[in-house]
Design a protein around this ligand. Sequence first.
Ligand code: HEM
Length: 475
Amino acid sequence: MSLLPPSMSLTTPPPHRPVREIPGSYGWPLLGPISDRLDYYWFQKQDSFFKKRMEKYKSTVFRTNVPPSFPFFTKVNPNVIAVVDCKSFSHLFDMELVEKKDVLVGDFVPSLAFTGNIRVAAYLDTSEPQHSKVKNFCMDLLKGGSSIWVQELTSNLDILCDNIEASLSKSTPATYLFPLQQFLFTFLFKVITSMDPSLDPNIASSGYAMMNRWLALQLSPTISIGILQPLEEILLHSFPYPFFLVSQDYNNLYNFIKQHGKQVVEKGKTEFGLSEEEVIHNLLFTLGFNAYGGFSIFLPSLIEAIGNDSNGLQQRLRKEARETGGSTLSFNSVKEMELIQSVVYETLRFNPPVLLQYARARKDFQLSSHDSLFDVKKGELLCGYQKIAMRDPVVFDEPNRFIPDRFTKAKGGAELLNYLYWSNGPQSGTPSASNKQCAGKDYVTLTAALIVAYLFRRYDSIKGGAGSITALVKA
Ligand code: HEM
């Protein structure tokens, strides 16, 4: 029997819901967007920005503006329909109802110069033939990389942990963000492109920093980094930075793949009908923006969820990591580790790494929340805020509590996976050329589970947070 109410059930027909006007407003031209932008980044911050409007309008579907806007983003339309419950959020995945053309970070599109003047897969809609080619290519690369995945992961984790232990022996706490990024860069480069960054000493030592700069410049209008206001508004959110500031970094990475990745480029050309430029720019985007960017946000929150625990979670993780899955870690061994997988899922629910997803109405349609229906017009932009949707009280019991076993069988976890949306689709779904779900979805959760298992085979306990480790007790 379903644990969920009829409004969310996949098998029971939905109850009758009234049609309601979408509440909220875009305000006066210029003034509305700028006032919302200041709330979003400064006076309220992202979480309360959405929460306050949801409470004010007594609705999980409402109109608002999201940045960037005024003064130098004149071509960007900040008007969106926010969707912040699991039911309304799920419309973002329905490719019959919505299109995902150039909406990766909203109506704003960073200059194409950042991707070699090519619209890479993440900006392509499923109706564009190039999307299938690139997505299939990407999934093929992941499949190819799976044979070396676990071995590369553990050997690079050995290096990362040795580094952190060495830093801890000198000073406490040991900050790990840059060593973690260096680890991610090397590991992901190897498993996705089959190339070893150490072939070029400059890429090996500074490749991750080049990626960071390239990412930061593209994303600066849409993210907050906590600089003292109003400096952040003036310096980061008022105008887009030009590509030329990071062109050398990007060209270094591009040329590295061009020189050392002949095999992967050839595969993209002959088996997937892509040009050399399309292969390399898409590889860099998938590797740098999707994979490296996603893991750089997700792993610190996973370490924090575990490293802050004082309720005996670590003992249970240790027991499971050591007593199940055989002596050598593999994709299959972590599939036996139910608690570890559940902790990974719960971290993705509690702190979704990519907070916002956008999609544009392909046609007029009726959007439903748990209790109402709303008329959406063709061309309107939907903006899903994951952090609130993933704490939907209709779906998740005690939504504001981190419950490590929430996704285990005993707790009805299999059904809840239908409502875990971090990958721009349900965790029970399958990424394909006909949808926009993260191509790396299963690799992400299995890799995170492997990392937790590795850590608890190596250590008895880990203390630390999202940026640093304060104590490690070796097994
Ligand atoms: C923790 C790590 C990751 C997170 C949080 C993440 C998250 C996401 C999200 C939210 C999207 C959808 C964006 C949108 O359209 O709104 C996406 C798309 C995508 N991701 Fe991931 N991702 C991660 C890792 C990876 C990895 C390892 C790969 C593969 C190498 C990958 C490849 C892609 C690709 C190719 C797309 C575009 C899919 C399409 O256009 O159909 N991602 N990812």
